[in-house]
Ligand binder design. Structure first.
Ligand code: ATP
Length: 233
């Protein structure tokens, strides 16, 4: 469904992503794990059209999306939930969800909102609340719900567990698995390697901008090098 083919991404002279290639097949959860600064967010932003690779290509459903504007990529069915959520703080929960549907015909908004409310009952309870007054976990749910309003067939999540308590991390990962069970293809970027590998079909490890290892989630969970570098031994 998604093929990242040998991309190189720079910030000025800084070579942040080096010859990175990987694939996400339809129906999979694939995770990119790695330490701070490994290039995970840069890779996601390149796929979603916010950054452009100097060389290499990104293919979505067999077609190159390199150089395509970010909103067109969302329209094509590939939605990103950014690191740090970036919900509209001065809008209500429901208004945030409506913003996620701006690429969609009006007739799809109500049924999609109902689906989002089924996945996130908390958002339904809080539909009139200002997003800026919600907790970190609730804002993460809202950011995910907003992305789902775009009728996406693939979701990219950037550090959904960041800054959340262990209980909420578990809740967010349960929801990710529920969304996946309903047929969503997911690319998940995480520093919480333990959680990410335990839900992922396959995973890639990024170090200083390069893919240094890949395998199934289960394989990497028991891999010695991954255990000592990312899973606290
Ligand atoms: P984190 O988990 O800390 O977000 P990451 O793996 O997502 O890390 P990136 O944010 O992709 O890493 O950063 C990759 C490299 O690019 C780092 O060395 C970072 O300092 C650099 N970088 C990121 N954004 C910029 C920018 N806007 N300008 C210059 N350098 C940047």
């Amino acid at each position: 469904m998604l093929k990242v083919d040998n991309i190189n991404v720079f910030y000025g002279n800084i070579h942040a992503v080096k010859d990175v290639s990987f694939e996400v097949n339809e129906g999979e959860i694939v995770t990119l794990i790695g330490a701070n600064g490994a290039g995970k967010s840069t890779t996601l932003k390149t796929i979603s059209g916010l950054l452009h690779p100097k060389t290499g290509d990104v293919l979505y459903k067999g077609k190159s999306i390199k150089g395509v504007r970010a909103h067109k990529i969302v329209e094509a069915g590939l939605a990103q939930v950014p690191e740090g959520r970036h919900v509209f703080l001065h809008m209500t929960v429901e208004e945030n969800l409506d913003m996620g549907a701006y690429t969609q015909p009006a007739s799809t908004i109500a049924p999609n909102k109902e689906k989002v409310f089924e996945l996130f009952p908390r958002l339904k309870e809080r539909r009139k609340q200002l997003a800026g007054t919600m907790s970190g976990g609730e804002q993460q749910m809202l950011a995910m719900g907003r992305a789902l309003m775009s009728n996406a067939s693939m979701l990219m999540l950037d550090e959904p567990s960041m800054g959340l308590s262990p209980l909420l991390v578990q809740e967010i990962f349960d929801i990710i698995q529920n969304i996946h069970k309903e047929g969503m293809t997911i690319l998940l970027v995480e520093q919480n390697a333990q959680m990410a590998l335990s839900v992922a079909d396959r995973a890639y490890v990024l170090e200083t901008g390069r893919v240094v290892m890949d395998g199934t989630g289960a394989e990497l969970l028991t891999n010695e090098r991954v255990r000592s570098a990312y899973l606290g031994g």
